[in-house]
Write a protein that binds this ligand. Structure first.
Ligand SMILES: *Cc1c(COP(=O)(O)O)cnc(C)c1O
Length: 377
């Protein structure tokens, strides 16, 4: 059994994907071919944003967003403590300081009460200037943008939505990547909408930021790529990846998102009373980048993971180490007791095999094994 079965997904959608790849090879427009623009149009319309600018990966997308907002040394950027490394890494890349904020134990997303507390603490200390909140849609569920927007307005901060895991999700009728001043996503193969390599995109309604991202994406280009008006990056989405994404997009919205939600509901039903299952808030729709349960303690979590491994069931721990404990961030002083929830989650979470092509029989087999372990405990 695979944790995320990309082979099964390919075999079921082989014809459309192969056809997309062959078209690119026939035309040999490998860089910025027509499929790149087509994809950007399709995705912008889907999420309901004026601009979609594709790029090389989700990390670059975040960095491009920070560059467009002119985030630099002396700026504070608030980032959830429980997320993939990129969400905080890019802040340091542009010379600003990541200020990590504890998360909510039910949604895994940034805790808005602690966010405001951290903002006022940074203001009172007076060393760095609050500038941006990066909210992450962890495991597929959008963050609480209604509250985050109120806080951003109160303290005059920008919002970047890191929708790397949330693409396809929704909150109160709005789609992931439509939130914040700028939103980003990743097309890494294992993300909800994945390509066959690295890929990413930036979304915004703001023409000026869109222009800046277009320029930064290609060596800070001015009139053309040999006219360079600022220091930028080389971060383009390959035409091949765009063609693969176009082929996968239809199945993603017409079949995979619904299938994922059906599978998640079955998992939750079968695991009731056995482990803490994901909580999706009223009016929210997850795109199920992960199906993550919580165990009682570290011993039980590691025990279950080993037991499942022996039964041939792969699982994963997202994330083993909260951001504030990463060695790379130890240039800033963080206080471990500010991160009670994310510290605990790193010891108790376990993500189960999950993808839109997982069969009911497989979900039943996995949950039966989990119950078996619970009885033996
Ligand atoms: C995967 C991921 C990224 C980075 O995307 P890449 O395409 O791998 O660079 C950023 N943020 C989060 C939350 C992610 O899960």
């Amino acid at each position: 059994m695979e944790f995320r079965d990309l082979k099964r997904q390919y075999l079921i959608n082989k014809e459309a994907i192969d056809c997309g790849i062959q078209q690119v090879v026939n035309l040999t427009h490998f860089i910025q071919g027509q499929q790149v623009r087509d994809l950007e149009e399709v995705l912008a319309a889907f999420v309901g944003r004026k601009h979609c600018i594709s790029c090389a990966n989700g990390t670059d997308a975040l960095q491009l967003a920070l560059m467009a907002l002119n985030v630099k040394g002396g700026d504070a950027v608030f980032v959830p403590d429980f997320t993939f490394f990129s969400s905080g890494e890019v802040v340091s890349t542009v010379g600003a300081t990541p200020v990590f904020v504890d998360v909510d134990q039910d949604t895994y997303n940034i805790d808005c009460v602690k966010l405001e507390r951290m903002i006022t603490r940074v203001i009172n200390e007076g060393k760095i200037t609050p500038k941006v909140i990066i909210a992450v849609d962890l495991f597929g569920q959008p963050a609480d943008y209604e509250t985050i927007q109120l806080i951003a307005k109160k303290y005059n901060l920008f919002i970047i939505e890191d929708g790397a895991q949330g693409f396809g999700g929704q909150a109160v009728g709005d789609k992931v990547c439509s939130f914040g001043d700028i939103a980003t996503t990743s097309f890494f193969p294992a993300k909800p909408l994945g390509c066959y390599g690295d890929g990413g995109a930036v979304f915004t309604d703001n023409d000026e930021w869109a222009e800046l991202v277009l320029s930064y994406r290609v060596h800070g280009k001015g009139a053309n790529k040999y006219d360079n008006v600022r220091i930028g990056m080389n971060s383009r989405l390959d035409t091949l990846q765009a063609a693969i994404l176009l082929a996968k997009f239809d199945v993603f919205i017409n079949r995979e998102l619904d299938a994922s939600n059906t599978i998640a509901r079955l998992y939750t039903k079968l695991l009731e009373g056995v482990a803490k299952t994901p909580i999706i808030k009223n009016g929210y729709v997850s795109s199920w980048a992960q199906y993550t349960i919580q165990l009682e303690n570290n011993k039980q979590r590691d025990g279950l993971q080993n037991f499942l491994k022996e039964q041939g069931i792969p699982t994963a721990v997202y994330y083993q180490k909260p951001m504030h404990r990463q060695l790379a961030f130890q240039t800033v002083i963080y206080h471990d007791d500010d991160y009670e929830v994310s510290n605990r989650l790193s010891e108790t979470v376990l993500s189960l095999p999950f993808h839109p092509y997982l069969g009911d029989d497989e979900v039943k087999m996995i949950t039966t094994q989990i119950k078996e372990f619970a009885i033996g405990e």
